[in-house]
Design a protein. Sequence first.
Length: 372
Amino acid sequence: MYRVRVDSVEAGYPGFRVRADMELGEGLNCLVGPNGAGKSTLIRAVVGLLRPIRGAVYVDGVNVYRLSPRSRARVLTALLPDAPTLHFMRAIDVVLLGRYPHSYLLYRAVDEAMRVMARLGIGDLAERRFAELSSGQRQRVLIARALMQRPRALLVDEPTVHLDIDAKVHVMSMLRELSGEMAVLVSIHEPDIMYRFCDTVYLVWGGTIRYVGPPEEAPLTEIYAVPLSPAIGTLELPAPRGEPLLHLVPGAGTCTPVMRRLAAMGVPFSVGVAHVGDLDHFVAAAMGAPLVSERPYAEISDSALEAALRMALRSRAALHCGCPFEAANSRNLALLREAAQRGIPVYSLSRDPPVGERLDAAGLAGLVRKLG
């Protein structure tokens, strides 16, 4: 396995500099940070496209800044969002460009190029014009071109930009697979991608690397104002502030889409009783919503039931999100019945409501208008 050491590299432009020390080893390395933090600047500096102010980059002990551009291209390669326009070239011709650092006789590498394209699942695109390809297909063609350089390290700047969900997963899975053969550094913005694919995160902001370690422990909340849920790898909108319009009775993740919809609508809500470890609990906690919790798999306690009932009585209505009632959450049904007896309108997303009026998902906005 090739190792890349970024030794006190400092780079930038008038009015902005970023400095980094990194040791890229096995696994997928991810450079994460807000816009303008310096991720693209670092990648350009590492591969030599931007002259660093100071520092050095070593690949297996060799200072790549002392190599000629052609020799350096055999060791390091980068995929950047602003790649040269290749629209009128065939996909196979774009891939063959990767052999240029090794030989001017590109036609001799056609068989190798076809093998690389087949490996990436794009062998059938060889004769297609680059302009005819989708964004995901173009990204795979460019990765194939990079592999034709036979590099020891691959640096990719924002590989998932403009891609749909399937293409994002495909490209990131491909890069993760390649990280077993060479050092791979990827700059990304999406926390869900980071949590699911990255092995080591380099968190950059304020002109330097502030964190190095596993994605689960990355202090993203220190640099992003939007709540994040590392446990499930999602970004959440903050729960709207104010007196709750709805009290949600959760379970088995049934309230998660409701909470996200209400947050998007700007509607304050409370949640309870939710068991720790349930998806609804993760999301409500990440959003910062008023929340009553119970231990995992435990029967709801008197104190938790009373706290949730107080929340429900302060709201204008209670909504059962549809979770079936069993032993552990059966007292949530008692909560709904007590709220109804005390004059709180109760609605349910269940097809066969155990209490209250049935409401379908499409009716949520209408209920909010009615209550508001």
